[in-house]
Design a protein around this ligand. Structure first.
Ligand code: M6R
Length: 591
């Protein structure tokens, strides 16, 4: 999703901006641009396509500048719609959505103003220009007061060559200070390389960033002090280290992510407050999007099986617009790798308003979700760069299983601690399946559609396998409960349709194999992922991959690994970049 950078200091801004934009590329974008202030003159350069196409602009001189990678929401990807947007003495970059931009545009146009783009963002810079009477910060404040929706904005003004003004409401923005100047970015790692101090802007705050200092203001422009963020730059260094793609590297990092994310909540004083809220929990609602939603679905089986606590799993974008029932004793768990997903944050805010206790499970310290939640559990997957989530899914499962374990203990159910803490080792043992599924790709690469089937936890894993495949290989696919096929979807199965069956639960082997037989009889090629060697050789199975056995409730943490790998190798075989799928963004900060 949109990425923002800014720099002001003793060095040339343009190369720093381009460098910063490259660090934000992983978020997903379709166009990029920068603006620099050179001797009181604003210079803008923008391009459709990759940041690399903007490298020519690194020669621009000027010590203050802003940059942006755009993921189109209002207006097609085009040079005109790319940021920065300019008006009068101002240039602006924006991340978020201005919900009342239609009204604002109408008002501004009726005053004779001319818009050069179709974006909602241009209305903001036009408003700043309208309200400008010589006070830069006040003009931004007056404009911001007129906005509904979400924004992080960073603004340059030709009259103030030594200042950049920032404002934020529900979209992330950080400011860093280093020896050679100040750095602004959408996430900490993009600002942190040269900064010694990092500050995370809160909702409703403004910052005036100069080459000498960073000043923070509240919504009424009262100066305020701010605590530095704790950040370990060394821990956050990401490199391919010999891998061709981050996705492949991140799959190999699964055992470590799981190991680092498993917690003994009931036994560790650090989690005392979480333990206490679990003691009061009668039911759980999990809100999340995409892969995080799928980890919630998989965890539901574990929490209900281990602790006998009812769990409802809700797509966050649905939850936020329905009228959810939040009874006394409801714990809402918002799961989000980035902690910046707009729908998940909105669902979490609603749950809190309705009286639920709110626990965030996220991979990113200082993310917006952490500021909304009453309690936070960090998954420790390390930075995930590939748009397709892999190790973060497994880490989320590890955190959610840890919650299941604590709940089981509280409710005096047989907990299965040993089996949980055996998972990192089993994750290591499942890694050979990554290369084993590589041989399957010729059967998938030209497929019109693919089906993933399973029951219970295997159905949860099937949903994630299907999402992975469609996301990076662009092959239509569906994850389906094995028993439901014959109620409709079976009509789509034809000669050579690849069907991936996941079978990890002893009592359901024959039940799922019935469905396998049904698709086989209609010509499907069946690919099996199982921990039961005895079913691999059956005639209806075209090819199989054996994964380690574990406690059934936890099996998605293992069975998902060959599924992730299948999507990776299929995407490669189709000539796609698995790390940067078309149309998608890593962090979905708009609704
Ligand atoms: O950062 P989040 O976990 O909140 O992101 C949620 C989804 O956008 C994300 O999981 C998405 O579905 C992944 N790209 C899937 O691989």
């Amino acid at each position: 999703m949109c990425g923002i950078v800014g720099y002001i200091g003793s060095e040339k801004a343009a190369p720093k901006l381009i460098d910063g934009l490259k660090k934000l590329e992983y978020r997903g974008y379709d166009s990029a641009g920068i603006a620099v202030l050179d001797g009181g003159v604003l210079r803008l350069e923008k391009r459709c396509g990759m940041v690399s196409e903007l490298e020519y602009a690194a020669c621009l001189s000027g010590n203050a500048g802003i940059g942006h990678t755009r993921w189109a929401t209002h207006g097609v990807p085009s040079q005109a719609n790319a940021h920065p947007h300019a008006c009068g003495k101002f240039a602006l970059v924006h991340n978020g959505i201005i919900e009342n931009y239609g009204d604002l545009r109408e008002e501004l146009e009726s005053e004779g103003r001319v818009f050069l783009s179709d974006t909602d963002s241009e209305a903001v810079v036009q408003l700043i220009d309208k309200y400008y009477e010589g006070d830069f910060l006040r003009a931004v404040k007056r404009a911001v007061e007129r906005l509904s929706g979400s924004f992080a904005i960073v603004v340059l003004c030709a009259d103030f060559p030594h200042e950049i003004v920032c404002a934020r409401r529900r979209s992330p923005l950080v400011v860093g200070r280093g020896k050679k100047g100040a750095y602004i970015a959408s996430d900490i790692p993009a600002a942190a390389e040269s900064a010694e101090e990092i500050y995370v802007l809160s909702d409703g705050e403004f910052a005036v960033v100069s080459d000498r200092e960073v000043a923070f203001y509240d919504g009424d422009l009262r100066r305020k002090t701010k605590k530095k963020a704790e950040y370990d730059r060394q821990k956050d260094i990401v490199a391919l280290n010999g891998y061709r793609h981050f996705m492949r590297k991140e799959i190999d990092e699964i055992p470590l992510s799981v190991r680092n994310s498993l917690l003994k909540i009931a036994e560790n004083n650090e989690y005392r407050n979480i333990y206490e809220v679990l003691c009061l929990t009668e039911q759980i609602q999990i809100v999340a999007c995409g892969t995080a939603y799928h980890s919630g679905l998989a965890a539901k089986y574990a929490i209900e099986a281990l602790a006998r606590v009812p769990v409802e799993v809700c797509v966050a974008s649905e939850y936020r617009y329905r009228n959810p029932v939040v009874k006394r004793g409801t714990l809402v768990i918002a799961v989000s790798q980035s902690g910046e997903t707009a729908d998940t944050i909105a669902a979490a805010e609603l749950a809190k308003k309705l009286g639920a206790a709110l626990l965030a499970v996220t991979n990113v310290p200082y993310s917006s979700l952490t500021t909304v939640a009453d309690y936070v559990l960090f998954t420790v997957a390390g930075r995930e760069i590939a748009v397709a989530a892999t190790k973060s899914y497994n880490a989320q499962l590890a955190s959610l299983y840890s919650i299941a374990l604590a709940l089981a203990k509280i409710r005096r159910q047989r907990a299965g601690k040993k089996t949980l803490f055996a998972l990192p080792n089993l994750c290591k043992k499942v890694l050979p399946s990554v290369e084993a599924v590589r041989g399957w790709t010729p059967h998938f690469v030209g497929a019109e559609s693919v089906y993933f089937i399973g029951r219970g936890v295997d159905y949860a894993a099937a949903l994630e396998g299907s999402l992975k495949l469609k996301e990076i290989s662009y092959i239509p696919s569906e994850g389906y409960p094995a028993g439901e096929l014959k109620h409709g979807t079976l009509a789509l199965v034809r000669e050579n349709t690849p069907v991936v069956a996941i079978v990890t639960q002893r009592r359901l082997v024959e039940k799922t194999m019935n469905a396998v037989n049904e698709v086989y009889s209609r010509g499907a090629k069946v690919f099996l992922i199982t921990c039961f060697p005895e079913i691999c050789g059956r005639k209806e199975v075209f090819s199989s991959v054996l994964i380690p056995k574990c406690r059934e409730a936890f099996s998605p943490v293992l069975s998902v690994v060959p599924l992730q790998a299948l999507s990776y190798y299929t995407a490669l075989a189709r000539g796609n970049d698995p790390d940067k799928p078309r149309n998608l963004a890593k962090s979905v900060t708009v609704e």
